[in-house]
Design a protein around this ligand. Structure first.
Ligand SMILES: C[S@@+](CC[C@H](N)C(=O)[O-])C[C@H]1O[C@@H](n2cnc3c(N)ncnc32)[C@H](O)[C@@H]1O
Ligand SMILES: Nc1nc2[nH]cc(C(=O)O)c2c(=O)[nH]1
Ligand code: SF4
Ligand SMILES: [Mg+2]
Length: 210
């Protein structure tokens, strides 16, 4: 299996329950809900994406011919002699490419493995932390995991309708874009009125890290 990777970088998890945790991010190229081209955005299933996942031209991007080679590259970014190795597989839609062979290779390198997924593809066995962020209008098949991180608001996908699925934590992440301030206000109000839900702030954008 060849893996198409946009970029690999070492940063802090910016979002969700584990915000602040040092992590290597491996961003896979391609998504099943948008081509990534601006001309296609208004016709895409997912129209609010904040990420460039097209091609393999980012930092340490490329075609990795084996799971071992990719896992070794991820490992090379971890600081020497430091524990708590943590990798976040994202994209694009990582589950178009992530398989059990890659999971095994990353575990062999000592990593705890997290995934950020839109929930349209079932996760392979062995992932340690599954974050699902479902999208209005898309099939939602991965309905269990560790955190459900709903971008808010999405007309057609209300938090009330999904607050009884099989996740440990429920988070609302204000939709970034022209309405970001208002979206944050209404997400805060929703969490305060519906206390199963927590706010997820995209801290990396405030901190100006990747
Ligand atoms: C770029 S996506 C990649 C992973 C996967 N395709 C997904 O959608 O979960 C990473 C995270 O960013 C979130 N996201 C994307 N665009 C956003 C935006 N404009 N505002 C807030 N969160 C956004 C997604 O919902 C997801 O939780
Ligand atoms: N720091 C940082 N945290 C993140 N959490 C989720 C991200 C993503 O794009 O999947 C992301 C990202 O791109 N950077
Ligand atoms: S599903 Fe994820 S990567 Fe794909 S367009 Fe939407 S937010 Fe972006
Ligand atoms: Mg991002």
């Amino acid at each position: 299996m060849t893996y198409s990777v946009k970029e690999i970088f070492y940063t802090l998890q910016g979002e969700g329950l584990r915000a602040g945790r040092p992590a290597v991010f491996c961003r896979f190229a391609g998504c099943n809900l948008w081509s990534g081209r601006e001309i296609d955005r208004s016709r895409a299933v997912c129209q609010f994406c904040d990420t460039d996942f097209v091609g393999t031209n980012g930092t340490l991007g490329g075609k990795y011919l084996t799971a071992e080679a990719l896992a070794e590259r991820v490992s090379s970014l971890w600081p020497v002699a430091q524990e708590h190795r943590y990798v976040v597989l994202t994209g694009g839609e990582p589950l178009m490419q992530v398989d059990e062979t890659l999971i095994a290779s990353l575990h062999d390198q000592g990593f705890e493995i997290a995934v950020e997924t839109n929930g349209t593809i079932l996760a392979p066995a062995g992932i340690d932390w599954i974050c699902v962020s479902p999208k209005a209008g898309a099939d939602w098949v991965q309905r269990s995991g560790h955190e459900l991180k709903l971008v808010y608001p999405q007309p057609g996908l209300l938090p009330d309708a999904i607050s009884d699925s099989d996740f440990q934590y429920y988070l609302l992440q204000p939709m970034d874009g022209p309405m970001q301030k208002q979206n944050t206000r209404s997400a805060i109000a929703y969490c305060q009125a519906n206390t199963k839900w927590r706010l997820s702030v995209q801290t990396h954008k405030i901190l100006e890290i990747r």
